[in-house]
Design a protein around this ligand. Structure first.
Ligand code: GLU
Length: 456
């Protein structure tokens, strides 16, 4: 066997060995293992060229979070009944900066989901080029149908435990599914009360005027579109006149739709967890914002304003609508192999992930094997957390930037992430494969930092 072959097999063996160990311990944590597998599948060429990563056992170290804080959240509902939920904060890796990542409130939240999101966040945050490590938090609390007072009491109860684990230099939470500026405001008030100090850099996604950054609300959606715009440029295309389907109708989806429209696209569909709307004339952004941001209503009510549009129960059908560009911006595993095939059959050219891990590994492979350009989440949706880092910078200096300033920085960050992922894919022998490129670019940055820090 030549030296190269020996090293190749050592790299593969090492990856398989670490994965098998994780599978044995965390076999029940399916989402976590899926996120791990997606990264691990990209790393063989890296370990071939950098045996020092194997020597330092980086893979096993990086896959284990620094700590998982799991806690009880007891709170009183409007009937004065005591309710109990589980709260989590996964502090995954702080090599690049303080742990950083959102808080998710959704009934599906468990340790596996928290770990998959925290693990992804390490590499995403490294890709932004900002000084932020990786973390994630949340609760299985279901905000749907809760009164504003209940949301406030829950957020306060959640922060009563969390506050002792976070800080501007320690761990900086933000929003995610079910957590927006309102919840961040309640977290912030409680943190301030308990800490007895005014430290706005402890949370991001705060309201502008109250320590928040202009452009944060728009950042994930705009960033996804900026990233896809770079992908399109490479094939001499643009958003202009393209038909786009965006799943979801939260922050990410709304602002992806807004930016895609700015660039001349027609966005014909979006969804919530109950179903989807299809408006062949193009979704009215004004109506969408009225429904979601003002009224907090279901997406089905869209057809009351626009009777020519249709509403269909169930989410999966949204991917049967023919489009050039698909932007899954709802949640994990929303595009499986079957939906990917339908999208391909209907002529999709580009898929950009606005949500975290919205496509299964099989779906990604199918897209890539059929020549569909694929922008993976940890690169394509990094704009939100990137602007969170800009919010931290503004909090640290007390100087606040204009919307245009923040947006220009976001645009540059997304272009840089694209160039970095594309360059890494080429360097390691997989030109055009942004999954491999983004994984390697994020991983090597953190791995080098881990080696420099030494083992502890
Ligand atoms: N939840 C977002 C994400 O998945 C943003 C996190 C943050 O701003 O810290 O990246």
């Amino acid at each position: 066997m030549t030296k190269l072959q020996t090293e190749q097999s050592a790299a593969k063996q090492y990856i398989e060995h670490v994965y098998a160990q994780l599978e044995q311990i965390y076999g029940h944590e399916t989402e976590f293992l899926q996120a791990v597998e997606e990264i691990f599948l990209s790393l063989e060429p890296v370990f071939e060229q950098h045996p020092e990563y194997i020597e330092h056992n980086i893979l096993q170290r990086i896959a284990e979070p620094d700590r998982v804080v799991s806690f009880r959240v007891a709170w009183q509902d409007d009937n004065n009944k005591t309710q109990v939920n589980r709260g989590y904060r996964v502090q995954y890796n702080n090599v690049m900066g303080p742990y950083k990542g959102g808080i998710r409130f959704h009934p599906s939240v468990n340790e596996s989901i928290m770990k998959f999101l925290g693990f992804e966040q390490i590499f995403k945050n490294a890709l932004t080029g900002q000084p932020i490590g990786g973390g994630k938090g949340g609760s299985n609390f279901n905000p749907k149908g809760k009164s504003d007072a209940e949301i406030m009491r829950f957020c306060q109860a959640f922060m009563t435990e969390l506050y002792r684990h976070i800080g501007p230099d320690v761990d900086v939470p933000a929003g995610d599914i079910g957590v927006g500026a309102r919840e961040i405001g309640y977290f912030w008030g409680q943190y301030k009360r308990l800490q007895g100090a005014y430290q706005p850099g402890v949370l991001t996604g705060k309201r502008p005027g109250y320590g928040g950054s202009l452009g944060r609300k728009e950042a994930t959606g705009y960033g996804t579109v900026y990233f896809v715009e770079e992908m399109l440029k490479d094939i001499d295309q643009s958003f202009y006149n393209k038909t786009v389907v965006v799943s979801g109708s939260g922050n990410v989806a709304i602002y992806a739709i807004e930016k895609a429209r700015h660039l001349g696209a027609k966005v014909v569909a979006c969804s919530d967890s109950s179903g989807y709307i299809y408006d062949p004339e193009g979704i009215s952004l004004r109506t969408l914002k009225e429904i979601k941001e003002v009224k907090g209503d279901r997406i089905s009510t869209y057809v009351n304003y626009h009777p020519h549009a249709t509403y269909t129960e169930g989410c999966k059908g949204i991917w049967t609508i023919p489009c050039h560009i698909a932007l899954p911006c709802a949640t994990q595993n929303e595009i499986d192999l079957e939906s990917a095939q339908v999208l391909i059959d209907n002529g999709v050219k580009v898929v950009g992930e606005g949500a975290n891990m919205p496509c299964s590994i099989e779906a990604i492979n199918l897209f890539q094997n059929n020549g569909v350009l694929f922008g993976p989440a940890k690169a394509a949706n990094a704009g939100g957390v990137a602007v969170s880092a800009l919010e931290m910078a503004q909090n640290a200096t007390g100087i606040f930037w204009s919307f245009d300033d923040v947006d220009a920085q976001l645009h540059k960050i997304m272009k840089d992430i694209y160039a970095n992922a594309k360059g890494c894919a080429e360097k390691y022998g997989f030109p055009g494969n942004l999954v491999i490129g983004a994984n390697i670019a994020g991983f090597t940055k953190v791995a080098d930092g881990m080696i420099a820090e030494g083992v502890y």
